[in-house]
Write a protein that binds this ligand. Structure first.
Ligand SMILES: [Fe+2]
Ligand SMILES: [Fe+2]
Length: 170
């Protein structure tokens, strides 16, 4: 009958090491590169949200005229939501192992109210396109949690587009 040999272990002894150097599967490498690219694009989205905050703060304080008062109330709501968007993006970038960007793109100032609002609309439309792409990319990378975290940005950006189109009579 075989006897079970129990070797007493010394708790102070160094732990045995085993070779672990396995080359990454090409698919894993590709997936890692795609996630890196997603983080890079999310950082561009973050920079555009920071630009939104600066642009709205400038427009809210410089657009004059009683006919714009209702629009300015809407823009004041937008600016708080843009900050929330920036925070949500930074959280996802950090979660995916990236470093949230601190870069704020240059904002070209506009003196004429309709040009300022057109500038806001162009930025919101560009952001809406970007978030549609980003949600799709996150889903394709098996990151439904990231896609879900971006969903409020997608919806609120569409609301901002609609409000600005209405303000501009489009
Ligand atoms: Fe936003
Ligand atoms: Fe917005």
């Amino acid at each position: 009958m075989a006897s079970h040999l129990v070797v007493p272990t010394d708790p102070r002894a160094p732990r045995p090491t085993y070779p672990t150097c396995r080359a990454a599967h090409p698919l894993q490498t590709m997936r890692a590169m795609q996630r890196e690219e997603l983080v890079r694009r999310l950082n561009e989205d973050l920079q555009l949200e920071l630009r939104s905050v600066v642009q709205y703060v400038h427009h809210i304080s410089t657009i004059k005229g009683s006919e714009y008062q209702q629009t300015l109330v809407e823009l004041s709501k937008h600016v708080h939501q843009e900050l929330d968007h920036a925070l949500a993006l930074a959280a996802q970038i950090d979660f995916l192992g990236g470093e949230p960007s601190t870069r704020v793109p240059e904002v070209e100032t506009q003196d004429e109210p309709n040009l300022a609002l057109t500038q806001d609309l162009a930025l919101e439309e560009a952001q809406l396109d970007r978030y549609r792409e980003r949600v799709d990319e996150a889903r394709k990378l098996d990151l439904p949690d990231v896609a879900l975290a971006l969903a409020p940005l997608l919806k609120q950006t569409q609301d901002h587009v609609m409000e600005l189109r209405t303000a501009l009579g489009r």
